[in-house]
Write a protein that binds this ligand. Structure first.
Ligand code: FA5
Ligand code: MG
Length: 416
């Protein structure tokens, strides 16, 4: 898979990241616009909305270990293989992920750290970090965003399962008093099965604990902001999902200001993860949520680029721990430009390759990039007379200008 950019980007011999040099190769596709984000760690900046949201989540999981300073540089084995991603999973492609070189990449999700955190002996933990994905450019996508991974595991024996059941009972009682409507799916189903190493009844208990724990967290985040009243309770819906590293798996959506918003992925941790971590006798759940989408809602932040703003008009509006609404300041006029081009014979150019060039040159000066969606045609007309030489005047070939004029007249086309 030889892409136009991967060779074009091989300028220097090494990429410097967090104070260390790494060799480049034909997989290298990180750009300076991306590498410059690595030291920023927005989720750790006091007063920043992402840091406030992180601490609200940490307060809900108060008895968990809270980790937030793990390097974003991981191997593809750590990001994908150890979690059971298929060898041909599309997320591995350099069109979708950022590679420092063939053997080193920027993590695409915080799940990349599950194995090492379980291996370190943590039974209940949260890990917050910056993650990197190649993507389109618009108001809700950015190539760097932040995730919180959370997990809890128990001994897979009967004592562990009794502990889960008791915890479920307490959480169920606490939630019953709250003003929340939950649309649920079965904990385990033929379409969302327990793993072969699990008793389905145990997997169901763990899945229920996951749901109860997260419903409580969602209520804490959205309940008050939504101003949930008896007339209008908070609505949460659980949906069957698929992840290579959990089964059964679920996504969660919250109904907020008239729309369903996907906020997280989750499920019962795959045995493979726990085996790789050296804790094969455990059973438990994990989830991963994106901070930006939730923060955009809770703080009324209209554009994802604002999280990266150094403008005091943005930063001074927020104080640590406070859920306040952003007051927009004046927007400047937009300036749109089209570009059309031939791709070299035999080469390909992915949309993400184009977007990374734009980001590298213009950074946060770009609001969005769209394919125009209009039909563009290109005809090459070969003029050659049988009996005389064609004269080209200073303004170009007269015949061709006449063809162009007729096209404009007859079909109202716009010449590019
Ligand atoms: C994951 O990343 C899984 N690692 C989540 C997980 C963890 C599942 C543990 C099971 C167990 P996904 O790609 O769907 O899944 O992303 C998870 C969340 O991150 C999404 O629900 C969304 O809130 C957020 N997210 C995903 N892509 C973006 C993006 N481009 N911009 C902002 N937020 C995003
Ligand atoms: Mg998803």
């Amino acid at each position: 898979l030889q892409l136009v950019t991967s060779s074009a980007l091989r300028r220097g011999l090494a990429t410097s990241l967090l104070g260390k040099d790494y060799p480049r190769d034909d997989w290298t596709n990180v750009t300076p616009a991306i590498t410059s984000k690595l030291p920023l760690r927005l989720h750790t900046l006091p007063d920043h909305p992402l840091s406030t949201l992180r601490s609200l989540i940490e307060q809900h999981f108060a008895d968990f270990s809270h980790l937030s300073s793990v390097s974003p540089l991981v191997t593809p084995a750590t990001n994908f293989d150890e979690l059971g991603f298929a060898p041909d999973h599309p997320g591995r492609a350099p069109t979708d992920s950022y590679y420092v070189n063939r053997g080193l990449m920027l993590r695409t999700h915080t799940s990349a750290h599950e194995v090492e955190v379980f291996r370190a002996g943590h039974d209940r933990w949260l890990l917050t970090a910056d993650v990197y994905r190649r993507d389109e450019i618009d108001g809700s996508h950015y190539p760097v965003f932040h995730q919180v991974e959370g997990a809890r595991v128990w001994d897979a024996g009967l004592n562990g399962m009794r502990e889960v059941a008791e915890d479920n009972e307490a959480r169920r009682a606490a939630l019953a008093a709250e003003n929340i409507i939950i649309e649920d799916v079965p904990h385990v189903a033929p379409t969302n099965p327990a793993q072969s190493t699990h008793d389905p009844a145990h997997a169901a208990l763990v899945a229920e604990n996951l749901k109860l724990s997260l419903n409580g967290m969602i209520l804490k985040l959205f309940g008050h902001a939504a101003g949930a009243t008896k007339a209008e309770p908070l609505r949460v819906r659980w949906i069957e999902a698929y992840f290579p590293f959990t089964s059964p798996s679920f996504e969660v959506e919250v109904f907020f200001r008239g729309k369903w918003l996907e906020i997280l992925g989750s499920g019962v941790v795959q045995q493979l993860t726990l085996d790789n971590a050296g804790v094969p006798h455990k059973i438990g759940w994990a989830f991963g949520l994106g901070l930006e989408r939730i923060a955009m809602i809770l703080f009324s932040i209209p554009d994802i680029r604002l999280f990266w703003s150094q403008d005091p008009r943005f930063l001074r509006q927020f104080a640590q721990g406070q859920l306040t609404s952003f007051q927009p300041y004046s927007r400047y006029p937009a300036c749109t430009k089209d570009v059309s081009f031939w791709v070299p014979q035999g080469a390909s150019l992915h949309d993400n390759d184009f977007c990374d060039v734009v980001r590298d040159v213009a950074g946060d000066m770009v609001e969005d990039v769209k394919k125009t969606g209009r039909t563009s045609l290109c005809f090459r007309v070969n003029y050659r007379s049988m009996d005389r030489c064609i004269i080209v005047k200073r303004g170009g070939l007269v015949l061709h200008s006449q063809v162009v004029s007729r096209l404009k007249e007859q079909f109202a086309v716009e010449i590019r």
